[in-house]
Design a binder for this molecule. Structure first.
Ligand code: NAD
Ligand code: USQ
Length: 391
């Protein structure tokens, strides 16, 4: 299959590009290196030493496996670039990771909030128009987020809710309560994608993904030059990845507030499996499928305890510390999200209890001299500082 991977230089995008190439698909990766620039500006960096750009990564991939990954360096908000890539490559599937992915980044200042929403919404709109006018049968596999739903006090369904109101029934998009301006951008995307399927008859799968953890995949293990990025800073690092680095360098685990915040989580190898299942089993024309893409739910304290236990097993004493929560979010809440559609398609989850957190420690340990400690403690606040309430 001809598969276009947008955001192919990122944490998930690079791993996905290699995964599909390794399985015989024709892969074309696009990225504008936004993520690399954002780290340079902030003085942070990937723990893993990644090659300097996509052409060198693709060349290393070719040398190791003999397989090709085609590359375009450019911005998805640039219509001319999007149009050219679609006309030349004629994708059958479009896997769209290419967005600003951080909730804290979207709340640093007005400029970054505006950037996040413009970047994410416009590039997805460009992709929808390109599919509509150039490759109308192509299937869009879009990375959304479980955070589109927030933490409502009812069970979370997969995308849609059957509603009875004043004696009438309908199946409608599940209500959204996004917790950051980044998460809001994903809701805006979902609305636009739904429109494009209903009105233009496009086919799309919105993957509402939980928080991803993990550092290695089958392909990254083939050669040190094929590593994917791995971040642990306040802005781009996600909870469990941060906790693992903190444990290895002897930094207290940064639990925000009470730590009862519960989310869906999945291993990066399951991201690859889920995206493959969605791609090989496309949505019908006119359909926007929504899959909740995670394998397990954990509270932050449960994650911290898992890391503390794993640390103890390898002789590392891990301190768990409660920080004033920089975010505005419920710290104790009901959370029960359905996630059966990917299992029905054949997903075989890799559970946290089977993942050797100790092994992750070992890989992090190899790169520990690269850790930049200044970016770890939380400084970005959801509310203006004079209004911040301590928990
Ligand atoms: P990432 O930042 O590593 O990857 C995104 C890539 O897209 C980056 O390489 C970036 O440079 C590129 N990009 C951004 N804007 C672009 C533009 N205008 N033109 C071209 N390229 C652009 O992030 P990630 O963690 O790999 O996440 C990938 C996707 O999955 C994102 O959409 C994110 O919202 C979503 N997601 C991630 C997680 C997670 O835990 N990592 C969980 C749920 C959803
Ligand atoms: N948290 C801590 N300590 C930390 C980091 C985070 O307690 O050091 C808490 C946060 O307060 C939050 C939870 O952990 O309650 C998750 O935070 P996160 O930073 O790991 O994840 P989040 O901001 O939600 O964003 C990440 C990805 C994003 C994706 C999202 C999936 O960066 O791209 O959309 O996970 S979800 O959470 O399901 O919306």
């Amino acid at each position: 299959m001809r598969i276009l991977i947008l955001g192919g230089d990122g944490y998930l995008g690079w791993a996905t590009s290699m995964y599909f190439s390794n399985r015989g698909h024709e892969v074309h990766a696009v990225d504008n290196y936004f993520r690399r620039r954002a780290h340079r500006e902030a003085g942070t960096d990937s723990l893993t030493p990644i090659l300097p750009d996509l052409p060198s990564r693709a060349a290393a991939w070719k040398e190791v496996t003999g397989k090709e990954i085609a590359v375009t360096e450019g911005d998805l908000t640039d219509w001319d670039l999007v149009e050219r890539v679609f006309r030349e490559f004629q994708p059958e599937a479009v896997i769209h990771y290419g967005e600003q992915p951080s909730a804290p980044y979207s709340l640093i200042d007005r400029h970054k909030a505006v950037f996040t929403q413009q970047n994410n919404v416009i590039n997805t709109l460009n992709v929808l128009w390109a599919i509509r006018d150039i490759t109308p049968d192509a299937h869009l596999v879009k990375l959304g987020t479980m955070g589109e739903y927030g933490t409502p006090n009812i069970d979370i369904e997969e995308g849609y809710l059957e509603v009875e109101h004043n004696g009438r029934r309908d199946t409608l998009p599940f209500p959204k309560l996004p917790g950051s301006l980044y998460h809001c951008s994903k809701v805006h995307d979902s609305t636009n994608i739904h429109f494009a399927t209903r009105v233009w008859g496009l086919r799309a799968t919105d993957l509402n993904q939980g928080v991803v953890y993990g550092i290695e995949t089958e392909e990254t293990r083939l050669d040190p030059r094929l590593v994917t990025r791995f971040d642990y800073d306040e802005v781009f690092g996600t909870a469990l990845n941060r906790f693992c680095v903190q444990a290895v360098i002897g930094h207290p685990l940064t639990v925000y507030g009470k730590g009862g915040q519960t989310r869906g989580y999945l291993n990066i190898v399951d991201t690859l499996q889920c995206v493959e299942l969605a791609t090989l089993n496309p949505a019908a024309a006119g359909e926007m499928r929504v899959f909740n893409q995670f394998t397990e739910q954990f509270s932050i304290m449960e994650l911290a305890e898992a890391v503390r236990t794993a640390g103890r097993d390898v002789g590392i004493e891990v301190e768990v510390r409660h920080y004033d929560n920089p975010r505005v979010e419920l710290e104790e809440h009901y959370y029960n999200a359905r996630h059966t559609k990917l299992l029905d398609l054949g997903l075989q989850p890799h559970l946290l209890s089977e993942t050797l957190v100790e092994h992750v420690f070992e890989v992090i340990g190899r790169h520990r001299d690269r850790v930049i400690t200044t970016g770890i403690d939380p400084k970005i606040r959801w509310r203006p500082v004079h209004e911040a309430v301590s928990s």
